[in-house]
Ligand binder design. Structure first.
Ligand code: CA
Length: 241
């Protein structure tokens, strides 16, 4: 049995050696671990136990990793971290497009895996909007109810699309949000291929935030993952950089 404060991680991996190694690494750091060797097992384990995070290998026999994500995203927001092989670049991007939160590429080190797991578990614990509808990341305040952005208390003028783009990122802190997901959320499905829009709007947002941020505390807030998308750096990591 696991105590209430111990996060449960579901490992979905058909390779027994990798499964064992990941299990012992996570258990050694205080996580409760459930594992599954294929997609069907994974869905059963998820239905039964609702883990706090899912570590998902994409190359599975039977029900594929992508199918598992589709199923989990139908009615859940549980963070999903992809374990991807080097030859699964396309699947990886599709997995992120479907709503997976991040990935590590095999072979990965346990330290890297732990840090991704920690970031995603912190994410799921917040920062939700407070009861006034305001989301805060370091000096940035996003007032969702009033469509206002403030840096250190001072208003920043963003266009409605810039605001929406920033909102999509800020409400998924720690997650890698693909350009496809941003385009669908901000411009609509018909624009899903127009990735240059995202690049241009991100530049504008960065410039406006930088102008309002004389001490540079938000300098590394929006991190680019080349060719894939963007993530908001967790405030805890932000304060260290
Ligand atoms: Ca595999």
């Amino acid at each position: 049995m696991t105590g209430p404060s111990r996060p449960t991680v579901l490992i979905v991996e058909d390779d027994p050696a990798t499964r064992r190694a990941v299990r012992s690494g996570l258990e050694g750091h205080g996580y409760a671990v459930v594992d599954a060797a294929d997609g069907e097992d994974a869905l059963r384990a998820w239905e039964f136990g609702r883990p706090d995070l899912v570590l998902l290998d994409l190359g599975l026999p039977g029900v594929t990793g992508l199918d598992v994500i589709r199923r989990l995203r139908r009615d859940g927001v549980t963070p999903i971290l992809i374990l991807s092989a080097r030859d699964q670049e396309r699947d990886k991007v599709e997995a992120l497009d479907l709503g997976a939160d991040d990935y590590v590429t095999k072979p990965f080190g346990m330290a890297e895996l732990q840090s991704r797991v920690r970031a995603l578990l912190r994410r799921s614990a917040g920062p939700a909007a407070d009861n006034q509808g305001v989301v805060r990341v370091a000096d940035l305040e996003l007032d969702v109810a009033h469509h206002e952005v403030r840096v250190a208390g001072e208003p920043v003028s963003l266009t409605p699309r810039e605001f929406e783009l920033l909102r999509v990122l800020v409400t998924h802190p720690g997650s890698l949000v693909t350009k496809g997901r941003i385009l669908r959320a901000v411009w609509g499905a018909a624009y899903a291929e127009e990735s240059h829009y995202v690049h241009v709007y991100i530049s504008q947002i960065r410039r406006k935030l930088a102008e309002a941020d004389p001490h540079g505390t938000l300098r590394t807030l929006i991190v680019a993952e080349p060719g894939i998308g963007y993530r908001i750096q967790n405030p805890k990591d932000l304060s260290k950089s």
